[in-house]
Design a protein around this ligand. Structure first.
Ligand SMILES: [Mg+2]
Length: 363
């Protein structure tokens, strides 16, 4: 039986091209990536990663080294569900969510990539094989941008091929948010889809007032209007706000998605494989949404999420974020007429410039 011969955990820190702001996170100028590189006894490789804010990666890397590595090295790497369960059980007392879900995510993704590379199949076909082409949107982070820069960013996204664009909400006054959305809707015209993301900016009463004031702008959704665990609050806003809701980047377990969905709190569940425990739970959450008649969207990590969305029939939108990693990937994602296509390269198909990445290595 083929086994895992080496597991390497690497922590990178990248500067962002310019500082960006979202309500919950504040201003961000750097981000961290914890990368797992596997090689099996046949010499086949697999890689996976999770993304974090600055000074959060070292703890996650340590969890992988201290706990996950030993489980992976003795297991049959084809038994991904078994390995995932072992990692979950081993972490259960201090875990059942973040930061352990981030650590498990990097390992799980590397195992799926290894499987794809071994079978010479792209992930989107291995995981279900629905349709490689999925609708994409530009997930701009722009709360700190003045209006002219906000609109300029939208124009750049349109030139890059997007037909759907997201902007941030959560300014100190609702009046300011409304003015920014009005300027954006006027700039885009009626045919470009517009999403918004409040990044937990509001209390439930403020959120309800905001949703009602935003009804005239034909929004695809308002994302994370309130704190992520207030499932009854989400249900109240969904029933009374008049605009579809999306949420999920700050949920870290399948159980949390099940609770939000069954509370009737979300129109577009938005799991992030790097925060919810990897590809294995992401696909289950997508099927859970499908069973409730809901579409699925994604958050971050677009080069891998394009496969996961392409695997399932209820895919809605791929969020595309430029986080400055593109120069170190051989094929960066292309958007044509609003759509992205999952590659036919095996595994996740991300071919990293490992030497170039060394400049950003922390450990
Ligand atoms: Mg968001």
């Amino acid at each position: 039986m083929t086994k895992i011969k080496t597991l390497e955990t690497i922590l990178y820190r990248f500067p962002l091209p310019e500082p960006v702001e979202a309500a919950a996170a504040g201003v961000m100028s750097e981000f961290e990536l914890v990368m797992v590189r596997l090689r099996n006894t046949d010499g086949v490789e697999g890689s996976g990663y999770t993304a974090l804010m600055v000074n959060q990666g070292a703890a996650v890397a340590k969890i992988i080294e201290n706990v996950c590595a030993d489980i992976v090295k003795v297991a049959d790497p084809r038994k991904i569900e078994w390995i995932w369960s072992q990692m979950w059980k081993t972490h259960h007392y201090a875990g059942r969510g973040a930061p352990f879900s981030f650590a498990i995510a990097a390992v799980d993704t590397a195992l799926w990539d290894l499987r794809g590379n071994t079978l010479e199949e792209p992930l989107w076909r291995l995981l279900g094989g629905y349709n490689p082409t999925v609708r994409a949107y530009a997930g701009n982070i722009d709360l700190n941008f003045p209006v002219d820069k906000l609109l300029e960013g939208a124009s750049k996204s349109l030139e890059a091929g997007f037909r759907s664009i997201k902007m941030r909400l959560g300014k100190p006054t609702l009046r300011e948010d409304i003015a920014r959305v009005a300027a954006m809707r006027e700039h885009l015209g009626p045919d470009v889809e517009l999403m918004t993301d409040a990044n937990e900016a509001w209390r439930p009463d403020q959120a309800l007032r905001a949703l009602r004031a935003l009804r005239d702008f034909d929004l695809v959704w308002v994302e994370e209007p309130i704190q992520p665990y207030n499932f009854s609050g989400y249900a109240h806003l969904r029933a009374n706000g008049g605009i579809p809701l999306s949420a999920g980047e700050n949920l870290h377990t399948i159980a949390e998605f099940a609770a939000l969905i069954s509370a009737g709190g979300v129109d577009f569940p938005e799991p992030d494989l790097t925060t919810c425990g990897g590809i294995t739970p992401w696909i289950k959450i997508a099927h859970l949404a499908d069973a409730h008649g809901l579409p699925i969207t994604s958050h971050g990590a677009h080069d891998i999420h394009v496969h996961l969305l392409a695997a399932v029939p209820n895919n809605a939108y791929l969020e595309v974020h430029g986080f400055g990693l593109d120069p170190y990937i051989e094929h960066s994602i292309e958007i044509r007429e609003g759509f992205a296509t999952a590659p036919d390269r095996p595994g996740h198909g991300m071919i990293f410039d490992w030497e170039g990445l060394e400049a950003f290595r922390v450990n």
